[in-house]
Design a protein around this ligand. Structure first.
Ligand SMILES: Cc1cc2nc3c(=O)[nH]c(=O)nc-3n(C[C@H](O)[C@H](O)[C@H](O)COP(=O)(O)OP(=O)(O)OC[C@H]3O[C@@H](n4cnc5c(N)ncnc54)[C@H](O)[C@@H]3O)c2cc1C
Length: 404
């Protein structure tokens, strides 16, 4: 006998699973929704290990899901924080060009951001930049005054309160291990018991491809884990950074480059880099999972990616192991920063979908199959966009699960 039967089971209590459950219940009061989470707390993976930035939507090609969901997502997230008493600060962000050959890319970002509807985006000169960030040395910058910061664990906790207030259930400590079909539902086997569900939403982040496979769905991609490592600026060095400082990103990679971010708790971080991890939950350099490692190196897409991106991979590894190299990159933005300004920091692991041709998928990927919706790629700005992604999944679920 299953421990419970749900109309919809959401796998994963990260910010996207929680937002989805919240939207399903708000639109369909009385629906029975269970969130099945493998860990003993919510938001322990990507959601609890990110830069905490409420992005404004500058980088993404117009018309992409990221562009649409991020611009609307920033507005919705800011409003949600105000309405729910969550500490957030719209402190503003600069993307800086430190060499003339970066000007065309900076201008492209200005055009993209404007086309995407990012409000009050401005190209500024070195004098104006000096007023905003006195310690930065650059030739030009793009100024996005409404980019903000928040703690996404607080946002997730607020989503959960709404889920529980509207009758949803959270099952912690329940790693999903297998699915099998019974007459009118799916039986979800976890390490601690069984649940029956008529429909499933897969929001398992770093393990979402495996959940799809367990359900008999070929996801068409594999999740490769990319660790992002941070340093924290020492208290006396925090004055070097007023808001959010980003480089002009490499147009061929879906990562933004190491940056400086203020955190709502009051400290300043530098990072993250992007190093291929040897475990899907490899938060430390020494973390190694034989299963995850073999899974990566058996994947044709990994070798294709390695063949085209080996130089980038090598330089990221070099920067990861040598603090001096990391510092040199930071000095391109703030020349006076030295290794002695940097203390220990944390890390996060990105769930990056890679296809068989070795392409790192840039946009959000959310697929609908019979009685299921699978979130297969939800990298940054997924937390910013979480309210809009949750609404979008609810739209898909209404069709796929015949909820209306
Ligand atoms: C280093 C880094 C920096 C980032 N910076 C930003 C930023 O500044 N702004 C921004 O908007 N976005 C940022 N992001 C992206 C953002 O964090 C993600 O888009 C978002 O957290 C994705 O949420 P999620 O719910 O899909 O995944 P997760 O938070 O990873 O949640 C997935 C959940 O599924 C659970 N799960 C997995 N497998 C199973 C299983 N078998 N059974 C049951 N449960 C399972 C996990 O335990 C986890 O709780 C960053 C990400 C990283 C890694």
């Amino acid at each position: 006998m299953p421990d419970a039967t749900y109309d919809v089971a959401v796998i994963g209590a990260g910010i996207i699973g929680l937002s989805t459950a919240m939207h399903l219940l708000e639109r369909h009061p009385g629906l029975s929704v269970g969130i099945i989470e493998k860990n003993d707390e919510i938001a322990t993976q990507q959601t609890g290990h990110n830069s905490g930035v409420i992005h404004s939507g500058i980088y993404y090609p117009p018309g992409s899901f990221k562009a649409r969901f991020c611009v609307e997502g920033r507005e919705s997230m800011s409003r949600f924080c105000q309405e729910n008493g969550i500490d957030y600060k719209p402190i503003g962000k600069v993307i800086i060009a430190t060499a003339e050959d970066q000007f065309p890319r900076l201008e492209l970002l200005h055009e993209r951001g404007t086309a995407n509807g990012v409000p009050d985006l401005q190209l500024i000169d070195a004098d104006r930049l000096h007023e905003i960030e006195p310690h930065v040395k650059a030739l030009r910058a793009l100024w996005a005054p409404h980019t903000g910061i928040v703690n996404y664990r607080d946002v997730s906790a607020a989503y959960l309160r709404r889920v529980e207030d509207t009758g949803g259930e959270l099952r912690l400590g329940s790693p999903v291990r297998a699915f099998h079909r019974s007459s009118d539902s799916l039986v979800i086997e976890t390490a601690t018991g069984e649940f029956a569900a008529r429909n499933v939403v897969n929001c398992a982040g770093l393990h979402s491809d495996r959940i799809a496979l367990m359900m008999g769905v070929n996801p068409g991609v594999k999740i490769l884990p990319f660790r992002g490592e941070y340093y924290t600026l020492k208290k006396e060095s925090e004055k070097l950074v007023k808001g959010l400082i980003y480089p002009v990103p490499d147009p061929d990679l879906p990562f933004l480059g190491v940056h400086f971010t203020h955190n709502v708790k009051g400290y300043v971080e530098a990072g993250p880099n992007a190093v291929l991890a040897t475990a899907r939950e490899g938060y430390r350099k020494r973390d190694f999972s034989p299963r995850d490692f073999v899974d990566t190196v058996w994947y044709r897409g990994f070798w294709k990616m390695a063949a085209s991106e080996w130089k980038t991979g090598f330089s990221e590894m070099n920067r990861s192991f040598r603090k001096g190299v990391f510092v040199k990159d930071l000095q391109k933005m703030i020349p006076e920063i030295t290794a002695s300004d940097l203390g220990e920091g944390g890390s996060g692991v990105r769930a990056q979908a890679v296809d068989r041709s070795g392409r790192l998928l840039d946009d959000f990927v959310i697929e609908q199959t019979e009685n299921a919706v699978h979130v297969l790629n939800a990298p940054s700005p997924g937390a910013t966009a979480s309210l809009v992604i949750g609404r979008h999944i609810t739209d898909l679920a209404e069709q796929a699960f015949s909820l209306n």
